[in-house]
Design a protein. Structure first.
Length: 142
Protein backbone atom coordinates (compact mmCIF):
# COMPACT_ATOMS: atom_id res chain seq x y z
CA UNK A 1 0.00 0.00 0.00
CA UNK A 2 1.38 3.42 -0.92
CA UNK A 3 2.30 5.91 1.81
CA UNK A 4 -0.24 8.46 0.55
CA UNK A 5 -3.03 5.90 1.01
CA UNK A 6 -1.86 5.28 4.59
CA UNK A 7 -1.81 9.02 5.35
CA UNK A 8 -5.30 9.62 3.95
CA UNK A 9 -6.67 6.61 5.84
CA UNK A 10 -5.06 7.84 9.06
CA UNK A 11 -6.43 11.35 8.50
CA UNK A 12 -10.00 10.05 8.10
CA UNK A 13 -9.77 7.78 11.15
CA UNK A 14 -8.46 10.61 13.34
CA UNK A 15 -10.98 13.14 12.05
CA UNK A 16 -13.92 10.92 12.99
CA UNK A 17 -12.49 9.95 16.39
CA UNK A 18 -11.52 13.45 17.56
CA UNK A 19 -13.75 14.83 20.34
CA UNK A 20 -15.56 18.13 19.96
CA UNK A 21 -14.71 20.55 22.77
CA UNK A 22 -14.98 24.15 23.87
CA UNK A 23 -11.90 24.94 21.74
CA UNK A 24 -13.93 23.97 18.67
CA UNK A 25 -15.14 27.58 18.59
CA UNK A 26 -11.57 28.60 17.73
CA UNK A 27 -12.11 27.35 14.18
CA UNK A 28 -9.40 27.28 11.54
CA UNK A 29 -5.78 28.27 12.25
CA UNK A 30 -2.64 28.45 10.13
CA UNK A 31 0.95 29.09 11.13
CA UNK A 32 4.61 28.17 10.99
CA UNK A 33 6.83 25.97 13.14
CA UNK A 34 10.48 25.08 13.66
CA UNK A 35 11.35 21.62 14.83
CA UNK A 36 12.91 18.26 14.45
CA UNK A 37 12.83 16.38 12.08
CA UNK A 38 11.09 19.04 9.95
CA UNK A 39 10.10 22.72 9.96
CA UNK A 40 7.32 24.24 7.88
CA UNK A 41 3.64 25.18 7.97
CA UNK A 42 0.85 23.97 10.23
CA UNK A 43 -2.92 23.94 9.77
CA UNK A 44 -5.37 23.28 12.60
CA UNK A 45 -9.15 22.80 12.53
CA UNK A 46 -10.76 22.13 15.91
CA UNK A 47 -8.89 19.13 17.41
CA UNK A 48 -7.25 18.06 14.14
CA UNK A 49 -3.88 19.32 12.88
CA UNK A 50 -1.63 18.82 9.88
CA UNK A 51 2.02 19.84 9.72
CA UNK A 52 3.91 19.97 6.42
CA UNK A 53 7.68 20.13 6.41
CA UNK A 54 9.40 22.44 3.95
CA UNK A 55 13.11 22.22 4.90
CA UNK A 56 12.91 18.42 5.02
CA UNK A 57 9.79 17.38 3.15
CA UNK A 58 7.31 15.54 5.34
CA UNK A 59 3.73 15.42 6.62
CA UNK A 60 2.33 14.79 10.10
CA UNK A 61 -1.39 14.28 10.76
CA UNK A 62 -2.57 14.31 14.38
CA UNK A 63 -5.61 14.40 16.60
CA UNK A 64 -5.31 16.57 19.72
CA UNK A 65 -7.05 16.30 23.07
CA UNK A 66 -7.13 19.12 25.62
CA UNK A 67 -5.82 17.90 29.00
CA UNK A 68 -7.99 20.33 30.98
CA UNK A 69 -11.15 18.87 29.51
CA UNK A 70 -9.87 15.31 29.43
CA UNK A 71 -8.87 15.30 33.12
CA UNK A 72 -11.62 17.64 34.30
CA UNK A 73 -9.03 20.05 35.74
CA UNK A 74 -9.02 23.43 34.02
CA UNK A 75 -5.56 24.36 35.33
CA UNK A 76 -4.29 21.99 32.60
CA UNK A 77 -6.31 23.75 29.85
CA UNK A 78 -3.25 25.18 28.01
CA UNK A 79 -1.86 21.64 27.62
CA UNK A 80 -2.83 18.99 25.08
CA UNK A 81 -1.82 15.50 24.02
CA UNK A 82 -1.55 14.51 20.39
CA UNK A 83 -1.40 11.24 18.49
CA UNK A 84 -1.20 10.43 14.81
CA UNK A 85 1.26 9.54 12.11
CA UNK A 86 4.23 11.09 10.36
CA UNK A 87 6.04 10.60 7.06
CA UNK A 88 9.40 12.28 6.39
CA UNK A 89 11.49 12.12 3.21
CA UNK A 90 14.60 10.77 4.94
CA UNK A 91 16.92 7.92 3.95
CA UNK A 92 16.95 6.46 7.49
CA UNK A 93 13.58 7.32 9.07
CA UNK A 94 10.49 7.59 6.91
CA UNK A 95 7.15 6.89 8.58
CA UNK A 96 5.51 5.76 11.77
CA UNK A 97 3.03 6.55 14.56
CA UNK A 98 3.72 9.43 16.92
CA UNK A 99 2.39 10.80 20.20
CA UNK A 100 3.35 13.58 22.57
CA UNK A 101 2.48 16.52 24.78
CA UNK A 102 2.04 20.17 23.79
CA UNK A 103 1.32 23.53 25.38
CA UNK A 104 -0.28 26.68 23.94
CA UNK A 105 -0.01 30.31 24.97
CA UNK A 106 -2.64 32.75 23.63
CA UNK A 107 -1.19 36.11 22.59
CA UNK A 108 -3.08 39.42 22.51
CA UNK A 109 -6.84 39.01 22.04
CA UNK A 110 -6.53 35.25 21.51
CA UNK A 111 -6.38 35.26 17.70
CA UNK A 112 -2.72 34.24 17.84
CA UNK A 113 -1.22 31.40 19.85
CA UNK A 114 2.33 30.28 20.46
CA UNK A 115 2.81 26.54 20.85
CA UNK A 116 5.47 24.02 21.73
CA UNK A 117 5.24 20.26 21.62
CA UNK A 118 7.47 17.27 22.24
CA UNK A 119 6.95 13.59 21.74
CA UNK A 120 8.17 10.37 20.21
CA UNK A 121 7.84 8.86 16.76
CA UNK A 122 8.26 5.13 16.26
CA UNK A 123 9.81 4.71 12.81
CA UNK A 124 8.90 1.28 11.44
CA UNK A 125 11.48 0.67 8.76
CA UNK A 126 14.96 -0.80 9.09
CA UNK A 127 15.85 -0.78 12.82
CA UNK A 128 12.46 0.35 14.17
CA UNK A 129 13.90 3.37 16.00
CA UNK A 130 11.96 5.47 18.48
CA UNK A 131 13.02 9.11 18.15
CA UNK A 132 12.33 12.03 20.52
CA UNK A 133 11.18 15.04 18.45
CA UNK A 134 9.76 18.48 19.07
CA UNK A 135 8.48 21.67 17.49
CA UNK A 136 7.66 25.26 18.43
CA UNK A 137 5.75 27.85 16.46
CA UNK A 138 2.83 30.24 16.12
CA UNK A 139 -0.70 29.97 14.71
CA UNK A 140 -3.23 32.63 13.69
CA UNK A 141 -6.96 31.82 14.05
CA UNK A 142 -9.34 32.97 11.30
Amino acid sequence: MKISTWLWTLAWVISFSVPVSARAADGFAAGVFLGSPMSGVTLKQNQFKIQAGIDKFGVAVDGTWNLGEWLGRMEYAPMYVYAGGQWVDDSTHQWGPRAGLGVTLPVGTGDVELFAEAGTTWYWEEKGDIEFEGAAGARVYF
